[in-house]
Design a protein around this ligand. Sequence first.
Ligand code: OFO
Length: 183
Amino acid sequence: MDTNRLSKSIEDILNKQVTKEANAAQIYLSYAVWADSEGYAGVANLFFRHSGEERNHMMKVIEYIQERGGRAKISALAAPPKDPKNLQECFEKTFQHEVDNTTAIYEIVNLAQKEKDWATWNFGQWFVKEQIEEETLIMDLLDKLKIAGGPKASSESLLYLDSKIGKQEDDADLARDASVDNP
Ligand code: OFO
């Protein structure tokens, strides 16, 4: 008896996402190493931690595929990106990566909706919310860098910014959790 509850197309797109999340972990890892070498210990700390979060995303998709009777595939990973030129480029490239990942998640929920696979659609909603957080986290880094002076930021303000970033929470605040008392 076939107990696989995933269509071939859903299983394939989910397996593509497994590889995407594993690649995301590599991207954060390589930028963390770059940041550490440049002396940005705080950014490195946040990105090292975030690399682990990406591995957790990968694990969730693997678990879901297996739980639904499919077969998760572990594929080769892409080479990590080139080192960024500076912090601005590092954050911009990271933001672009997150936007691309959001597009990939939307493709999963679009396909699940088209196939009326409501289990996968429901599973995908966790990632829809997570991507709002991921994009917000990096947008916040870009905002902080802008306040510090952007490309003209002094070494002093970069040092301060880096120490703040190293201590910040892993997750960004979301609009849905805001209230009048806690804007
Ligand atoms: Fe897995 O969310 Fe970032 O990439």
